[in-house]
Design a protein around this ligand. Sequence first.
Ligand SMILES: [Mg+2]
Length: 377
Amino acid sequence: MSVVPHPAGLPARTDPASTTSGPISAVKTRVVSAPYRRPFQISSGISTELVSLLVEVHTADGAIGIGETSPMTAYTGETLAGVTAAIEEHLAPALIGHDPLDRAGAHLVMDSVLRGQHVAKSGLDIALYDLAGRVSGWPVHVLLGGSIRDRVQTTWVVGLGTLDEMAAEAAEYADKGFRHLKVKGGHEPAKDLELVRAVRAVIPADAELCLDANEGYDAATALPYLAKMADAGLSLLEQPLPRWDLAGLVRLRERLDVRLMVDESMHSLHDALEIARRGAADVLNIKILKVGGLHRALQIANVAEAAGLAVKVGSMPELGVATLAAVHLAAAVPGATVAADLVGPLMVHEDPLAPTVFADCDGWIDVPTSPGLGHDV
Ligand SMILES: [Mg+2]
C-alpha cells in the first residue's frame, strides 16, 4: 500500500482503491445486540440489552460504507421496526442511484420523502461518511473539517440505582481515570441533591460532575435544590425541565451558578438556533442519532459556535460504529470542550462491532486515523 504525502498534523492518506464509487446500488440492514453489563436505567425506563441496527450502503462498483443507528424509543419516539421500515421502504429506494459522496444532497432527498425520523436517517448518513472515507482514503474527521484533537475525553455515565450503588460506580470509574462523571437523576430533586453530595465525596476534586435529570423536574420545585447542588460541587446540569419548557430553562439559568445543558430540547438546527436566541442553555448536547446524522450535527455545532455555546458530543446507548462516528465528530468540532458521552461500547460485555477501540478505556479514546470510521465490521 502506498502512502500519499500529507501536511504535518494530518494522518497519512492511504492510497484509495478507487477515487470514484459509482451510484448507490443497495442498502442492507441487520440487527445487532449486546447485553448490558448491568441493566441501564434512566427516568423513562430500564433495559437489559443494547439493540442497534447496522446499515450498509453499497455502490455499483463495489464500494461499501457501514453505519449504525439505535432507537432509544422512550427518548426518540422511533422504534426498531419503524426505523427499519423507514430505511427499507422509504429512504433507501429514494437514495438508489444517488452519488454517495453527495451527503448534503442525500439529506435533501431523505427529507423530501420522509419527515423527521432522525434515527433512521442517521444510520444512512453515518454509512455515507464511512463510505466517503474509505473511497478517499481519509478518516471521517478529515471529512468533517479536520482533527483538532488526537484523543477525545469521555464521560462515564452512571444509570439510576440506589445512592450507594451509584456512588460506588462513580468512584470505580474515577479510579480508572475518568475525570468527567455523569449521574442520572430526575425523579426527586431532594434525592438528587443527596446523590450529588454522595458522589462528590468519593470522586477526586478535579473530576467534573454532571447530573442529567432527563426532563424530570419542574422549575418551581427544583430551584431551591438546584442552587444547593451547585454549592455541593455540581459542574453541569443536563435537561432539568421538560423539552418544551425553554422559558423555564431561561429562568433557571438566570438564577443558577452552574452550567446548563440542553439535550431533549434540541433535536434540530432550528431548535439550536431558538435555544441560542433565548439564552436557554450554556451547552448543547449534540447526539448524532438524535439530530439526523453527522451532516446535521456539524451544522448544529456551527450554530453553537456562532452563539458562543459549548458542545457536548452525546450519544444514545449505541455500539461501536455509531460511537466511532461520535469520536470523529468530537475530534473535529473546536467547541466540543465538554467531555463526550462515548460509553455505549463500555456498557456492554463485549462490543461486537468495535471490540478493540474502546477496550480498557481510561476516560480517553484515541481518534482513529484509518480510512472511514476506522472499524473492522
Ligand atoms: Mg441526556
